[in-house]
Design a protein around this ligand. Structure first.
Ligand SMILES: [Zn+2]
Length: 185
């Protein structure tokens, strides 16, 4: 049963997998999965994960129960909480420009890497779907550590796939060059 589930999850984009497992394990109340049209396999997978869903043009809302589905709210704070975003990060992005926040994080990241520090892989997993308040945000890291354990508990390949598509590709390009060093010249 678990094996069959793992094979089905492996066919989905890593972001969909992370949304489903985080929701199923209560790391977030619910998630939104974008799809251009209705997707029967995804609907059946949501059910196999023990979740319920609602289709609203262009996206699936999924959660453990119908009551949870209804809790999303419309302001950015209650939406943020619904997605399980840490309070410090919700507070940090209120009223701010997303691009500015992203730029600031990239600079913080480059600074850390240049000093020989590293950002734990789990941090990138934890921050999937929102802009964390800092590269050192502890609740984001903890969220990622929990999510990694869940992914690996289902099948270690799910974590490997996430890491390869969402972390490794961001740094090195073909030829082994690191983008920001080349751009800085
Ligand atoms: Zn934070």
């Amino acid at each position: 049963m678990m094996e069959e589930l793992a094979e089905r999850l492996l066919k989905q984009p890593p972001t969909t997998v992370v949304d489903l497992v985080m929701t199923a394990k209560g790391l977030k109340t619910g998630s939104e999965i974008l799809r251009k049209q209705r997707d029967e396999e995804l609907e059946s997978l949501i059910e196999a994960m023990g979740l319920v869903h609602e289709w609203k043009d262009g996206l699936y809302l999924d959660a453990i129960s119908k009551e949870d589905l209804a809790k999303q709210g419309s302001d950015s704070v209650s939406r943020g909480r619904w997605f399980g975003i840490p309070e410090c990060c919700i507070k940090n992005y209120q009223g701010k420009n997303k691009e500015e926040l992203r730029k600031r994080l990239s600079l913080e990241e480059v600074k850390m890497l240049e000093q020989g520090e590293s950002v734990p892989d789990e941090f990138y997993l934890g921050s999937m779907g929102y802009i964390p308040c800092s590269l050192r945000c502890q609740p984001t890291l903890e969220r990622g550590i929990k999510a990694r354990a869940v992914l690996e508990g289902i099948d270690p390949r799910l974590w490997t796939k996430f890491r390869n598509f969402h972390i490794r590709r961001r740094l090195a390009e073909y030829g082994g060059e690191i983008k920001w060093w080349r751009e800085a010249k």
